[in-house]
Design a protein around this ligand. Sequence first.
Ligand code: PEP
Ligand code: MG
Length: 328
Amino acid sequence: RRAEFAAMRDLPSVTADGQRVELMVNAGLREDAQALDLVGADGIGLFRTEFQFLVSATLPQREKQQRLYKDVLDAAGDRPVIFRTVDIGGDKALPYMQRDDDEHEDNPAMGWRALRLALDRDGLMKAQARALLEAGAGKVLNIMFPMVSEPWEYEEARALVEGQREWLIGQRKKMPIAVRYGAMLEVPALAEVLDLLLPRLDFLSIGTNDLTQFLFAADRAHPKLAERYDWLSIAILRFLDRVVRACAAHQVPVGVCGEMGGRTLEAMALIALGIRRLSITPASVGPVKAMIRMIDAAELQALMRQWLDEGAADMRARLSHWAKERNI
Ligand code: PEP
Ligand code: MG
């Protein structure tokens, strides 16, 4: 099957009934950008910028950040790269970052992390924004904010980046030809106010790792809980269905960038829900593309609608039966 997946590299990611599914990769290091060519992906759907902060002994200076972003953009060429602003704090603590004594956290995943931290420590965010804007000179720059919980957080983050852009223009720096802004949907509460946020978004990306952890109140790293709740449970699928429909109503492109999308059956379910952009681990691109090329998306989508309405408790069995019958 290895050779089969290698051969898959240059084939288009299109379903049997002609629907295009964008397959992008998740990345975080300079070297990861090479995976794009290796597996034949459409771009980087999630670049985890915090990796550079986590592997560094001291806070990476703006110039160093900028160099990394530029290298990644160069490696991607014409293909889009979605940079996620730092998702640090919580369990991804930086030893060189000063924290106050009252900052002990019982629940770091739900703590002072990601955009929450970045908006409070805005010096960090401003430096990163400038690094991204300068690295993206002459190109389309995609910036996405993690752990948005309420629309104002997105607005504040976006305004912060825009403020840096204006400042840099004043300095006569060459800027991106366009900046596109997106939010990650990882906090369930955001789904309830999507109608307020979507008009302001260029794209939405669903982070299923954190989202499902919060939906089921089940620590994503807990070994005893790893198998307990299924990504193909009716609760998750119904939740995602509502999000996809809201995005469609507002004509905002929506993708999934959590690990769920890298598993063949789960990816199939996401396509059945109407998702047409997946950002996954490079090793999953071959197997997922092989599946995509075999399925009839329209048929699957109609079935999924029926099963969601029914409230089918055995989604995994149904999907896997459907796939087996078609030798997928
Ligand atoms: C997610 O939460 O699904 C996600 C993609 O972000 P991370 O795994 O980096 O938290
Ligand atoms: Mg996350």
